[in-house]
Design a protein around this ligand. Structure first.
Ligand SMILES: [Zn+2]
Length: 387
């Protein structure tokens, strides 16, 4: 299994987690914050960025990394999933055709705009993305066989068009294998084994750098579907790079890592942080080895290691402890410059963060997000250990 990846001449250890920075910002955090917790990449959204700040601004300033002053890499979602969700919720807003995604805009929805696989790639070059994702036709979880088949055929056809446009853009930007971005294609086909296999096979024939876990990894009862993820991983060769798009909790990521996934992006740590749900280690991570995690994952015992702290609990109002004794994030550790006592008072205590949430101060979101993201990076660091 690959243990590192080189993106535009810079090597990164695998596995790697990237937070969602849809519009070029991981909400309430700046690039310095992201660096402080050890993050090396972010996931932006092509469709949203092209609306704001827009393709022209991005091209003029030199891309999103320049705008954010972000030293890490940027992956970009094609925009397909957001448009799919939009249309799924309200079919008046558009439709999916073989040509691309048609959107009805204007006050009376009379104007049509088309978003094609080629548009998506061209825009990702304007963004200056390092890991680009092909526009795919997301298979809805409720799809019948006819619709699954249609989505697979369209995903393959669009991936072919995206790859052609990608090669054209490489020439245009005079990029070669040393400085080019990577291209990812998501595998679709919902839970239909043959169609998923067919999708994967066709995508491998076209040739991509990374293969994505397309679709919902949830079963009919809304539970995380590990067997779906495992089968998807088996569709590509052992040494291929696999991105578990949109996954997940620390437990999900650990389990999927041992199935062969090396890339994760998820809104959970930042979204949960804004709702006062904090991810904590139940045991000291400096005592946890990768082999231990592998065993715990196999025995479904990862909850012995990963837990939560809910900040709305009343008893936290007077709790001077750090969010987690085992956390080395900027808020859980002592800051000698601001600490009043010689004792190890954390930079931000549970009581203070509880108070900040209670009064609705915006700093609460930033502090909680810093802690949660550091916990996610720490999970990746544990998985990068030698056996
Ligand atoms: Zn912390």
């Amino acid at each position: 299994m690959p243990t590192q990846i080189t993106i535009k001449n810079k090597s990164y250890q695998l596995p790697i987690y990237v937070p969602d920075a849809t519009l070029g910002v991981a909400r309430s955090l700046d690039s310095l914050d992201l660096v402080a917790v050890g993050l090396e990449g972010v996931m932006v959204n092509t469709y949203h960025l092209i609306q704001k700040p827009g393709e022209a601004v991005l091209q003029t300033v030199g891309g999103i990394k320049q705008l954010m002053n972000w030293p890490g890499f940027v992956s970009s979602d094609s925009g397909g999933f957001q448009l799919f969700s939009l249309i799924q919720k309200n079919p008046q807003l558009g439709k999916i055709t073989d040509e691309g995604i048609v959107l009805y805009t204007g006050p009376k929805k009379q104007r049509k705009t088309l978003f094609t696989p080629e548009d998506s790639i061209r825009m990702q070059f304007a963004i200056g993305s390092d890991v680009m994702i092909c526009l795919d036709d997301f298979t809805p979880p409720t799809a019948d066989e006819r619709r699954i088949k249609e989505s697979v055929e369209r995903t393959i056809a669009w991936a072919k068009r995206a790859k052609t446009e990608f090669m054209r853009q490489l020439e245009l930007h005079q990029m070669d294998d040393n400085n080019r971005p990577l291209l990812l294609a998501p595998i679709q086909g919902h839970n239909h084994p043959q169609l998923r296999q067919q999708c994967s096979q066709a995508l491998q024939e076209i040739g991509f750098d990374i293969y994505g876990l397309g679709g919902w990894p949830l079963d009919d009862n809304g539970k995380f579907d590990y067997s779906f993820c495992e089968k998807n991983a088996e569709l590509t060769p052992k040494d291929s790079l696999r991105f578990a798009l949109g996954v997940g909790t620390p437990e999900n990521m650990v389990k999927l890592f041992f199935m062969g996934y090396q890339f994760f992006d998820c809104v959970l740590p930042t979204r949960d942080a804004r709702h006062g749900r904090l991810y904590v280690f139940k045991t000291d991570p400096s005592q946890i080895t990768r082999t231990m995690l592998e065993k715990l994952a196999a025995n479904n015992q990862l909850d012995e290691v990963f837990g939560f702290l809910y900040l709305n609990k009343g008893q936290l109002a007077t709790d001077n402890d750090p969010i987690s004794d085992y956390c080395d994030c900027p808020i859980c550790t002592t800051n000698q410059k601001t600490s009043q006592q010689a004792t190890s008072t954390p930079q931000v205590s549970r009581a203070y963060l509880h108070h900040l949430f209670k009064i609705g101060d915006s700093s609460a979101h930033r502090l909680a997000s810093l802690h949660n993201l550091r916990t996610y990076v720490r999970v990746m660091e544990l998985l990068r250990q030698e056996h």
